[in-house]
Design a protein around this ligand. Structure first.
Ligand SMILES: Cc1cc2nc3c(=O)[nH]c(=O)nc-3n(C[C@H](O)[C@H](O)[C@H](O)COP(=O)(O)O)c2cc1C
Length: 484
């Protein structure tokens, strides 16, 4: 009711032409950053809320939103501040409000989807050494528990001083980061450097999955740097064809598997699409990865993307990978980037990419790969590649999680694995999958056997000890089982 009154009042004031502290920018504006300083994983979770009467704080807020990809929200006063109100040391309205501990000037607008934001940049001008009282009103209007607030301010000359500490009491449940004062003509580099130092993306740890939150038949997800979540266990479909492929996908979906990996090269995208459409599982619950292949597809990537969309026929593609490095791979990736902008693909990644290729590749593209899918198993652990990619914010995914064709039985019978499996009363396959997950590697075991598929997604009721993880780490032989 109060809000409603404030809104009407503010509209009336605008209608009769009182200007000052309102304009039309108090809207949420989800602008995703391109080449910003914060990995885009966090972008959809960032809000840049600010109050500004003469545009100084607004300029800084806009830069922060641009750099972080965060949504911009201008806190509008229900009764705009006139020039007279802002004339400080005149005993005017702003002076009086600042002197009154109980002053809570009404806010005209609100953040509808506050629950979606995890990080809130909160900007304000310094008024008599403190935040304007309208910030108090704003902070008292929402539940900030579980959220991080990063204050920033502008001023004529004062520092942020006690203004930030005094705001803490108004949202005690939030995690408050140290604030920062900016001058009106702050250069962008200073702001970028500050944002980098904040390391805001660190809570999205792509190298340590939240396995506790999973249960047998329901794998937890990892948040990709694209802002989308991907299950940490899936079904690999290499070598599955025709009805066998369809039945396997159906069995996997029935068992609770929600990540399906395919590729143009596997020749089964149509069957996978069909199985998904017929499954009755809502499309948005399923995460589908496909890949385009060097050669003809890299030469004409736009066509390759359209072909994948047609064959799968499931609307959008969750993730598309380049299957291998190869001639024209950067151009092929750029075509995928365009498909992301067009809403046809959601996330991008690479397959069979290693340390020596990744930096050079990243330098040439705009969208950071969200995933690298490589051969990884207990005899080929990629102990350097995995942390290297993790440091870049890239999720690692293992194809051949059991060592691949011709090697699976040797790996499943490995004595170390067998002993650990026995100790946990689990199968060797379950121990190996658990090992992949505990080291932060997503696994996509391939199987057409419904019992095995169910077994593979039942690894959330036990865990390996650090000693067992170390024992398995020592099995690494650097033994690659495929040519890429
Ligand atoms: C009521 C009032 C009090 C102010 N008090 C201070 C102050 O204590 N220290 C200071 O450096 N600047 C002070 N200023 C100046 C503002 O902090 C500065 O101009 C700010 O950048 C304005 O931000 P804005 O353009 O986003 O509204 C005050 C301004 C007003 C209107």
């Amino acid at each position: 009711m109060k809000k409603c009154f404030a809104l009407i009042l503010s509209l009336l004031l605008v209608l009769i032409g009182i200007p000052a502290c309102t304009d039309d920018t108090g809207q949420n504006n989800n602008s995703h950053n391109e080449g910003g300083t914060i990995p885009p994983a966090a972008a959809g979770k960032i809000l840049v809320a600010y109050f500004s009467c003469t545009g100084t704080t607004e300029d800084i807020a806009e830069i922060i939103a641009e750099e972080t990809g965060g949504a911009l929200h201008k806190i509008l006063p229900a009764v705009p501040y006139t020039e007279e109100d802002l004339d400080y040391y005149s005993g005017g309205r702003a002076d009086r409000e600042q002197a009154d501990p109980n002053a809570r000037p009404a806010v005209a607008n609100s953040v509808e989807n506050m629950k979606d934001y995890e990080i809130i940049f909160l900007g304000y001008p310094i008024w008599h050494g403190q935040a304007p009282k309208i910030l108090y009103t704003f902070l008292e209007s929402y539940d900030f528990s579980q959220k991080t607030i990063v204050p920033f301010c502008t001023s004529h000359s004062s520092g942020i001083g006690s203004s930030e500490d005094n705001l803490h009491a108004l949202a005690e449940d939030a995690e408050w980061l140290e604030g920062r004062r900016f001058s009106g003509d702050e250069n962008v580099q200073t702001i970028q450097q500050w944002l980098e130092e904040l390391k805001l993306n660190t809570d999205n740890d792509i190298s340590a999955f939240d396995l506790e939150s999973g249960e047998n038949g329901r794998a937890p997800t990892v948040m990709l740097n694209s802002g989308y979540e991907m299950p940490v266990l899936g079904l690999g479909t290499y070598s599955l064809q025709g009805d066998i492929c369809k039945n396997s996908v159906r069995a996997a979906l029935d068992a609770g598997v929600r990540l399906i990996d395919t590729a143009y090269m596997y020749g089964n995208e149509a069957e996978i699409g069909e199985a998904i459409r017929e499954s009755g599982v809502p499309r948005e619950e399923i995460f589908v990865i496909t890949k385009i292949y060097p050669g003809e597809q890299f030469r004409n990537p736009e066509q390759a993307i359209e072909d994948a969309l047609d064959k799968l026929d499931i609307g959008y593609i969750d993730m598309m990978l380049l299957h291998h490095p190869g001639a024209n791979d950067v151009q092929a990736y750029k075509a995928m980037e365009q498909a992301v902008r067009d809403g046809k693909i959601r996330s991008l990644g690479l397959s069979n990419w290693y340390i020596e290729e990744i930096d050079d590749f990243i330098a040439q593209v705009d969208i950071m790969p969200a995933l690298v899918q490589n051969e990884i198993h207990i005899y080929y652990q990629e102990q350097e590649v995995v942390p290297y990619m993790h440091n870049l914010g890239i999720v690692m995914q293992a194809w051949y999680p059991f060592g691949g064709r011709g090697h699976t039985s040797e790996i499943l019978q490995d004595p170390t694995i067998a002993a650990i499996a026995e100790a946990h009363d689990r199968t060797a396959a379950q121990v190996i999958l658990r090992w992949h997950l505990q080291r932060g590697v997503v696994a996509i075991p391939g199987s057409s056997n419904p019992d095995h598929i169910r077994e593979n997604i039942s690894v959330f009721d036990f865990s390996l000890t650090d000693a067992e993880m170390a024992q398995i780490a020592s099995l690494d032989r650097g033994e690659k089982h495929d040519w890429y």
